[in-house]
Design a protein around this ligand. Structure first.
Ligand code: BG6
Length: 513
């Protein structure tokens, strides 16, 4: 039992020890931001929970020459700065003594031979074969050379055919349109078999996203209502308070559609809208996700269509004035990159025909909140209507993905008193009050799942392509239009008017989560 389960009785029974074989995790891009913020803390916290295999080795790989000691020191400060738990020296020392660094270029075959020799030396030292988990956490420009060198050096095929075969985790962005996603998939498949590949969308590692599956398929009351007979529309919001900060250079090549909508919000949509899978196996779940993505009708960009895009202008966040996007560091004064996108999707299948799915995501919005809101149809108006005393709201089931994780259901209830007055009331389930708040970070779950070979929470190649197929025409139309049709919204607001207009076309309005 770990410290958390000992502290909180409701956590008992939740911890599940899943054993991974002896493992070497190799991080490409070892001195990068993601490594420090997410990957090293994830490894540390897995160690803290006794979820790392007894023979666990961490190898940083990067272009910069860094001595082992210095890499360990960088990792130590990353844990101090970014881990959800304080550094416990007893835990970290065990991992640190097996933490090393290999310097080399990504397009340098000789360096990959050195890496292979480094891994072979670890196997020799512990007198056991290891599975190698390659984590590609570099800019996308070097994805292809890394993959090719993993193939050429024989590392990709290490122990293939055995349960402890090599695996690869690939970070986003997974292509920037359909053609580049297909090309990347082709490069991956020329080197790895699909079952060795773990494409990350970190939203799938969030507790609340996994809870969506449990709520949908672990409860009998939702399924009969989960269709076009009872649901009016669905709203998926991923709002951020932060602006682009120091990531302007990257963001200018991306924008809200590529950065958030095409991947994170589409994953939320797929889990919300898919049919019940035959089992929770990786292939069964992903088959259903792909089916629903393929059932989405082509989007119509442009005026009167299914999309809205906008850039933030100056406004107030937490009482402080924030600069507009065009005044941020590294942003062109004539930039046509959207920092907000809203999309209306129609799923053309038996369950969802006629039920619009609205997605929105933006930077510098009123507050950081991600939620999936299922808005049910209004009750027939015969009993409680046409009277100002009756304030009847449509029932809404909202999954709060973050922060303040949980679930709420809006019902209509009677206000106490001698006259019949109604009011919407909210029933809440909160993770923090029910389970305690120290939930694992998404990357902990995902690194562990890849180590034990469970691909359920990763994206399959055809899934990534299905989503790009939908959005590539929109990206092309937006690129051709430049700044024409680009709306604005004040920093600290809930988004542009064009997004409200999009909703108004179906007589709906955005929730203020
Ligand atoms: C990343 C995007 O994928 O997700 C970032 O590149 C964004 O722009 C981040 O800020 C949001 O993740 P989270 O987990 O903080 O909601």
């Amino acid at each position: 039992m770990n410290a958390d389960t000992a502290r909180h009785p409701f956590l008992q029974g939740l911890s599940k020890h899943r054993g991974a074989p002896p493992t070497v995790v190799v991080i490409f891009g070892a001195s990068g931001d993601l490594t420090a913020r997410k990957l090293i803390p994830a490894v540390y916290n897995l160690g803290h929970d006794n979820l790392l295999p007894a023979d666990f080795h961490l190898v940083g790989y990067g272009r910069k020459a860094i001595p082992d000691d210095e890499f360990r020191a960088l990792a130590t400060s990353a844990i101090h700065e970014f881990s959800r738990r304080e550094l416990n020296p007893a835990v970290w020392d065990r991992i640190a003594q097996n933490t090393t660094y290999v310097a080399g270029g990504y397009d340098e075959p000789e360096a990959f031979k050195r890496l292979a020799a480094h891994i072979a030396a670890i196997e020799k030292k512990i007198s056991r074969e290891v599975q190698v988990l390659f984590y590609i956490s570099t800019p996308p420009t070097v994805f292809a050379p890394i993959l090719k060198n993993l193939g050429a050096s024989g590392l990709a095929a290490k122990h293939l055919g055995e349960p402890h075969h090599a695996k690869v985790i690939i970070e986003k962005p997974f292509g920037r349109n359909l053609a580049s996603a297909r090309e990347l998939n082709a490069t991956i498949r020329s080197v790895f078999e699909e079952h060795q590949v773990y494409r990350i969308d970190h939203y799938l590692g969030k507790e609340t996203v996994q809870d969506l599956l449990v709520q949908r398929f672990g409860n009998a009351i939702f399924e009969p209502l989960w269709n076009r007979n009872f649901i009016d529309h669905v709203q998926i919001t991923v709002a951020e308070e932060v602006g682009v900060g120091t990531r302007g250079g990257y963001y200018e090549t991306s924008g809200a559609l590529r950065d958030m909508i095409q991947n994170h919000t589409m994953q939320l949509l797929a889990l919300t809208a898919m049919e019940p899978p035959v089992s929770l196996s990786a292939e069964d779940v992903r088959d259903e996700k792909v089916k629903v993505l393929k059932a989405i009708q082509a989007l119509r960009p442009g005026p009167g269509g299914d999309t809205a895009r906008a850039q933030y202008v100056t406004g107030f966040i937490g009482g402080k004035q924030a600069p507009g996007y065009l005044d941020e560091e590294g942003i062109s004064a004539t930039s046509a990159t959207e920092t907000y996108a809203a999309i209306r999707l129609s799923i053309n299948n038996w369950r969802w025909q006629g039920v619009p799915f609205y997605l929105r995501s933006g930077k510098r919005m009123a507050r950081r909140v991600s939620e999936i809101a299922i808005q049910f149809k209004r009750p027939p108006g015969t009993l409680f209507s046409d009277n100002p005393l009756y304030n009847i709201a449509p029932n809404t089931l909202a999954f709060q993905i973050q922060p303040d994780e949980g679930l709420s259901l809006i019902l209509n209830g009677k206000v106490p008193g001698l006259e019949t007055r109604t009011q919407p009331v909210k029933m809440n389930f909160r993770y923090s009050t029910t389970f305690g708040s120290n939930t694992p970070e998404a990357y902990e779950r995902l690194v562990l799942d890849a180590m034990v070979g469970d691909g359920t929470l990763f994206i399959r190649g055809d899934e990534a392509e299905a989503s790009w197929k939908l959005y590539t025409p929109v990206l092309e139309a937006w690129a051709a239009a430049g700044r024409d049709g680009m709306d604005t919204y004040a920093s600290g607001s809930w988004g542009p008017k064009s997004a409200d207009d999009l909703m108004a076309q179906t007589k709906s309005a955005w929730r203020q989560p």
